[in-house]
Write a protein that binds this ligand. Structure first.
Ligand SMILES: [Zn+2]
Length: 777
């Protein structure tokens, strides 16, 4: 149904230029939203309808005279107090004088209890009467208990007030403590675990404090209504006086408890007199201040023209409240004035693309209108996640996998990395692919676990102890090994890439370098360092120290991206803090430095060199392996020589060793005259062939070991049945063979023993071996 209705508007058109100017100060990710979708929306900005004709919501604080249409905005409780009609009454409250039950220390909560004032009680009341007299009391209200009645009567004769005019009101009687009457006050208190509990839990046959508060507050509101310009004295008991004071200011349970706690043992002493202010306020049925409808609508006042001023019926559109969040949530301007005004713009907010017309917009409109500042400095706009086929995700169609299932299957870190590295963090839609999460899981998470497990297996505890001492220094290890230098330089590079992109709030660009780094760490650094871990001595120590340092720093810098795994690494590797998420960000250098270098400027140029060299080495290796594949030669077959066209790597022997190992060649040569970047010498001599065959035998035996479930420490016996040439071949390499496969001297037989089965047959060209292994175990 469409019909015309009147609304309240924010005149956005009047501040359009300021909106556009403030938008210029905001860093949008992706950048095109600033002048595109959002900027265009600002340029076409229309006035903003902020009112709704509903019951629920924050009421518009606008009052209107029914006669002359004059508008008044009441922006605070004080404004309301100033506007509402006051009775002109002055209120005084007094607790009865000391009574017999106070002295006996028993609870007295029944009106017929014969607990009279003590002599001291009477004397005290007489003592204070001169003070009371000065207040020119017009009316005395009193509880109808014996002790309050006597207090009122003693006082009345002292201040010449006609006793017969004392008004007794049951509503200001003592709290009804039910079955605790006559018992020790301690018994009553012990019935509750907290003071707060007394408000909602009543003792048997008694009343709770909400009931008490409601009856004394009702009394107060009633006399405020019924009397004008009177000085009124109320004589009552401790709890009723406390809760009448609470009801007078609209305190809720928490505030009421605080009032009592702030006042010492007793809220008010026996025979004590106090004055208090009272202005009726919008409140709910428990006399707690409440500025919502319907209570706020009871606030009406007279206009100067003589007309009645009433609140307009509207409430705010909830978007007005979202836009006010930065100030309203801090109870500004009533509290936190400096804090809010000094921190007007949030560092960073994130929401979906649809919010360019919603939250992003209302935040900017209100911050511009109120303070002429943007409400936020950086904003990441995310896109929408769709099904793999690009359809809208629908609960009804159930055309998606439950995210919790994905988390159970691949872990929260894999899902998080997948999303953070995807275009959904730059306002683009994402066709969610479980396959891609699986890929992240395999390429990043599993590889990292393997790196860690490998480290853990080879880091013996004495060295571990030494290592942990070393790491307290938070310095990178000073290894001479080129692989260590390289992975440290890569770590440095990773930290810089992540930091620079996080500073720009470009999450995908900050996340993706993690994938490459894990690949380098796992498939190059650790793979190439395997033998170093197995050796003894300085190089092993360097490998372990470097791996540990790298994993620890990696944990710190990836904590925002993979919070669970980084925490696991950090704790396992002996990180100093309670959690990696309490660590300092490891990259401390200024981002304006164009050089690499968490580890210092001196190291930076060396970093660049090693990064370049290793890239080149890996390119050469990959070309060498391609050339092998083209020639149909398996990698186990050694070749004599690889020739490299570019001579930049000449003389870098440590790096070239990596090429020799990877491509399995005896030597490296340089020749600028060759046609391609690398050239492989494919000629096979009898020696190279024999070595290749030997490598095949080693591989075969290692497989047997693996199938038998042996660890590297298990020494084996090896039985070989072969012919003369086969035996010659193996004997030629026997020392090396025994070392690699951890074997006792090989036992040859011409025909084989009963244990040798045909399953263990290895054929190499025209050679045949039947091989069996055994352990002592
Ligand atoms: Zn008026």
């Amino acid at each position: 149904m469409n019909y015309a209705t009147s609304s309240w508007f924010v005149k956005v058109t009047a501040i359009k230029d300021k909106l556009l100017k403030n938008n210029e100060e905001i860093n949008w990710v992706p950048a095109h939203i600033k002048d595109g979708r959002f900027g265009k929306w600002l340029e076409g900005a229309r006035d903003w309808a902020i009112s709704r004709s509903r019951f629920w919501g924050a009421p518009l604080p606008v009052w209107k005279c029914e006669k002359c249409d004059k508008l008044e905005v009441l922006g605070s409780i004080d404004d309301i107090k100033n506007k509402v009609k006051k009775s002109g009454n002055k209120y005084f409250i007094m607790r009865h004088g000391e009574s017999e039950h106070n002295k006996k220390n028993v609870v007295s909560s029944k009106v017929l209890n014969p607990h009279h004032l003590t002599e001291k009680g009477k004397t005290d009341i007489k003592g204070i009467s001169q003070k009371v007299k000065k207040e020119n009391i017009d009316i005395i209200f009193s509880s109808d208990f014996v002790r309050t009645k006597e207090t009122a009567e003693v006082l009345a004769s002292e201040i010449d007030y006609d006793k017969s005019k004392i008004i007794f009101d049951k509503r200001i009687r003592e709290l009804n403590t039910g079955t605790f009457d006559g018992k020790s006050p301690r018994d009553y208190h012990n019935y509750f675990t907290t003071l707060e509990e007394k408000f909602t839990k009543a003792p048997p046959e008694g009343e709770n404090l909400i009931e008490l508060k409601n009856r004394v507050s009702e009394f107060l509101y009633e006399i405020e209504e019924n009397y004008q310009d009177k000085n009124i004295l109320i004589i009552s008991h401790e709890y009723p006086i406390w809760l009448l004071s609470a009801g007078a200011i609209g305190a809720d349970i928490k505030q009421s408890v605080k009032m009592k706690e702030d006042n010492g043992d007793d809220y008010i002493e026996t025979g004590e007199l106090r004055g208090f202010d009272f202005t009726p306020l919008p409140h709910n049925e428990n006399y707690e201040i409440d500025l919502h409808r319907p209570y706020i609508d009871k606030i009406e006042f007279d206009c100067l023209c003589g007309g009645k001023t009433k609140r307009v019926v509207h409430v705010f559109d909830c978007w007005f409240e979202s836009g006010s969040m930065p100030y309203a949530s801090a109870h500004y301007p009533f509290e936190n004035k400096n804090k809010v005004e000094n921190n007007l713009s949030a560092e960073f907010i994130a929401e979906g693309l649809d919010q360019t017309r919603g939250w992003f917009y209302t935040l900017l409109v209100l911050s511009t209108a109120l303070f002429d500042k943007p409400a936020y400095k950086n904003v990441i706009v995310n896109g929408i996640i769709l099904t793999e086929d690009g359809e809208k995700i629908s609960k009804r169609l159930k055309n998606y996998t439950d995210p919790i299932e994905i988390v159970h299957k691949y872990g929260a870190d894999a899902l998080r990395l997948y999303l953070l590295s995807s275009p959904v963090v730059r306002a683009e839609d994402l066709n969610f692919s479980e396959h891609s999460v699986d890929e992240v899981y395999k390429k990043v998470i599993l590889r990292l676990w393997n790196v860690y497990s490998f480290y853990d297996m080879y880091a013996p505890s004495p060295l571990g102890g030494e290592a942990s001492k070393y790491y307290l220094a938070a310095e990178p290890p000073s290894s001479k090994n080129v692989l260590d230098k390289w992975i440290l330089a890569r770590l440095d590079e990773l930290m810089q890439e992540i930091t620079v992109n996080l500073e720009k709030y470009e999450l995908d660009k900050a996340t993706r370098p993690i994938f490459d780094f894990v690949d380098d760490l796992s498939t190059w650094y650790v793979r190439r360092s395997r033998d170093r871990f197995k050796d003894e001595g300085e190089d092993k120590k360097d490998a372990i120290l470097t791996t540990r340092f790298v994993l620890l720093e990696f944990a710190k810098v990836t904590a925002p991206f993979m919070p669970f795994m980084s925490e696991r690494f950090y704790k396992s590797l002996g990180g100093e803090k309670e959690s990696v998420h309490l660590e300092e960000w490891p990259f401390k250098k200024s981002l304006t430095d164009s050089v690499l270098g968490v580890f210092g400027v001196d190291k930076a140029s060396k970093d660049l060199e090693i990064l370049y060299d290793m890239k080149e080495i890996r390119r050469v290796v990959s070309l060498g392996l391609e050339a092998r594949a083209e020639a149909g030669l398996k990698v186990r077959q050694p070749l004599q020589k690889l020739i490299i066209k570019n001579d930049k790597l000449k003389g870098k022997d440590e790096l070239l060793e990596l090429v020799k190992d990877e491509v399995n060649v005896k030597e490296i040569g340089f020749d600028p005259g060759i046609e391609n970047d690398v050239k492989l010498d494919l000629r096979l001599t009898p020696e190279l062939i024999a070595e290749g065959q030997f490598r095949d035998i080693v591989r075969f035996v290692q497989d047997l070991r693996k199938k038998a479930g042996l660890t590297p420490d298990d020494e084996i016996s090896v039985f070989v049945q072969t012919d003369f040439s086969g035996e010659n071949l193996l004997k030629k390499f026997e020392d090396e063979f025994r070392k690699i496969v951890n074997a006792r001297p090989v036992e040859f037989s011409a025909s084989g023993g009963p244990a040798l089965g045909r399953n263990d047959l290895l054929k190499l060209d025209d050679l045949e071996f039947v091989i069996k292994i055994a352990t002592e175990k």
